[in-house]
Design a protein around this ligand. Structure first.
Ligand SMILES: Nc1ncnc2c1ncn2[C@@H]1O[C@H](COP(=O)(O)OP(=O)(O)OP(=O)(O)O)[C@@H](O)[C@H]1O
Ligand SMILES: [Mg+2]
Length: 579
């Protein structure tokens, strides 16, 4: 008897589902792609419980007749290609004929569809790959898919799903990509009965970007100038100030398909060069129009990658296009500055924000000499002997509006003011979150309304309670609008901007795997802390150092950067040849 046997269709589909349907967002991707391939110009998406409970996609595309509707769920059934030649010039998003059978094998699914000439539509119900019913159904032209209880029959996969917030975020991201790539299509995304994305087919790409990513983001974008080449590149790259520590804001589209590609990523970051510090990534929305025979889209089961016939050429073209866009912008800024400022001041420019000189340097201002001695002793940095020996009068200097320099016990101490303050605030905030105490709050005299982007609103809704604990008072109004009536007492500036900055940083921290409390504490600490460029008074510097050195681990900021550097006098003496 042979050991080898043919697998059942059901098992084959479930295995394929393992590759194609990774999470609820993959179902949204496959179904929206089908709607777009069917020529829809309006797609409504509804999600409940991060897509676990319900995913519904309604389109006004061509629809299917009864025969096609039944065939659509068979494995390798597709209307999009029929020969090998077609495979080499694909102009649809789907072509493998495996999305529907895969989704149907791991969920409960209903499809209602109708083509224009038919009076009545077809309703099909399938559960775990098993056909339950095929019926007549009243319907508009187009197709409606409803997917319930994703992975209900594959508990192992269901267990791997992340939190509702994370799964919802993936879906928002997916729909955002479609909405950016298909500005001619109306998209509505309703999450747990709340409209998060509503974009109309009449919008231009700039309007879409403003609506999906925020007007503040759009204002900081630089358009990529058009070039006449075989591969056409268009889109936007952001000024370096919008950089992030993750790649999540980099969006590449090849022939309208959202993809990731290491070589394009390399070209993009290389074009920024020194404008970005190590470990930072820009925001970019880049469209490549590549002739179908110069790119292979059949290299990844979820079609998240493509292969260029000439990878190097695509890389170099993108590099040049982005570099040109950035160079142009940079030249324009320099020209503006030159016409506004006398030239001798420019020659002193160090790339740091210009500040009043008096605010930058605080010379020889005596402070309480015992304060620092005590602080350093408490932090374990000083011996009892040197404590008594050292009757230094520590002076505090602020240099480059960024560092605090002082002396202590035969050491030169250089403190990064932002990192240090961030560390201090982080400990305080984490403490109050852990002990469940309310942080002090400042009521706004005039409550302000803010229009949040879909991701921010989603994040806010899942974290209203802890944000309130930190001193925010925020009330969701209709749509994506919220009312801010109080901020944490430590907030530095304008309420709307502050809230958005905190939410953005919070999201980044969570994406890097931090838990809710830690992510929230680092986000608020980072945004409330003094920045490089902020002038500090002597008492402020003194108090910052005192607070920093009273912590258990004062040496690193929540991001892992050092807060202070100590240079022993012996090291200075060695370098000056005194020893
Ligand atoms: N919303 C829709 N409107 C009209 N026809 C559809 C729709 N969704 C699916 N179909 C039809 O069902 C077929 C099967 O869909 P399915 O997604 O499984 O495969 P595909 O899109 O051809 O390839 P892929 O697996 O790469 O997505 C499609 O080829 C298309 O003819
Ligand atoms: Mg498909």
């Amino acid at each position: 008897m042979s050991n080898i046997r043919l697998l059942s269709d059901e098992l084959i589909n479930q295995i394929a589902a393992g590759e194609v349907v990774e999470r609820p967002a993959s179902v949204v991707k496959e179904l929206v792609e089908n709607s777009l391939d069917a020529g829809a110009n309006k797609i409504d998406i509804e999600i409940q419980d991060g897509g676990r409970k319900l995913i519904r996609i309604v389109d006004n595309g061509g629809g299917m007749n009864r025969e096609d509707a039944q065939l659509a769920f068979s494995r390798h059934a597709t209307s999009k290609i029929s020969s090998l030649t077609d495979l080499h010039k694909i102009n649809t998003l789907g072509f493998r004929g495996e999305a529907l059978p895969s989704i149907a094998s791991v969920s409960k699914i209903e499809m209602v569809t109708k083509i224009k000439p038919d009076e009545i539509g077809t309703q099909i119900r399938i559960e775990s790959g098993e056909l339950l019913s095929v019926k007549d159904s009243p319907a508009n032209q187009g197709t409606m898919f409803t997917v319930w209880d994703l992975f209900f029959s594959t508990p192992a996969r269901r267990k791997f799903l992340k939190s509702q917030l994370t799964e919802t975020r993936h879906i928002i991201d997916m729909v955002t990509n479609f909405a950016l790539s298909f500005p001619e299509v109306t998209f509505n995304l309703k999450i747990d009965n709340r409209e998060l994305i509503e974009v109309k087919s009449s919008e231009t790409l700039p309007q879409r970007i403003s609506s999906l990513l925020g007007v503040d983001v759009f204002k900081r974008l630089i358009q990529i100038p058009p070039e006449d080449s075989l591969i056409k590149i268009s889109g936007y790259v952001a000024r370096p100030e919008l950089s992030k520590s993750s790649r999540t804001d980099i969006r590449f589209f090849v022939d309208k398909r959202s993809i990731s590609n290491r070589s394009l990523l390399h070209a993009l970051t290389s074009a920024y060069g020194d404008m970005l510090t190590k470990g930072r990534f820009p925001l970019a929305i880049i469209f490549l129009e590549v002739p179908a025979d110069l790119v292979d889209v059949n290299v990844h089961p979820q079609k998240l990658e493509v292969r260029f016939q000439d990878e190097r050429a695509a890389h170099d073209l993108l590099y040049r296009a982005v570099k040109k866009a950035l160079d142009r912008e940079f030249t324009a800024v320099v020209r503006q500055t030159m016409s506004a400022t006398p030239s001798y001041e420019i020659s002193h420019s160090s790339g740091l924000p210009l500040k009043e000189k008096t605010a930058q340097y605080h010379t020889s201002f005596e402070v309480n000499p015992s304060a620092l001695t005590e602080i350093l002793a408490a932090s374990g940095g000083v011996s009892e002997q040197s404590r008594t020996e050292s009757a230094v009068q520590p002076n505090f200097y602020q240099v480059f509006s960024t560092y605090i320099v002082t002396q202590a016990h035969e050491q030169l101490l250089i403190v990064d003011q932002h990192a240090a303050h961030e560390r201090v605030l982080y400990e305080q905030i984490l403490g109050s979150l852990q002990t469940d105490t309310l942080s002090s709050s400042q009521k706004l005299l005039f409550p302000e309304t803010a229009e949040l982007d879909p991701t921010q609103l989603n994040l806010l809704q899942f974290n209203l309670k802890p944000l309130e604990k930190l001193g925010f008072e925020i009330q969701p109004l209709g749509g994506r609008t919220v009312l801010i009536s109080a901020l944490p007492a430590i907030a530095k500036h304008g309420s709307v901007r502050f809230l958005k900055e905190v939410l953005q940083e919070f999201e980044e921290q969570q994406k890097r795997g931090k838990d809710q409390r830690t992510a929230l504490a680092s986000a608020l600490a980072c945004k409330a802390a003094v920045k490089a460029g902020d002038a500090l008074s002597i008492p402020e510097m003194q108090s910052l150092l005192k607070n920093l050195l009273s912590l258990d681990t004062p040496q690193v900021c929540p991001h892992g950067r050092p807060t202070l550097i100590r240079i022993p006098i012996a090291e200075l003496e060695r370098r000056f040849g005194r020893s």
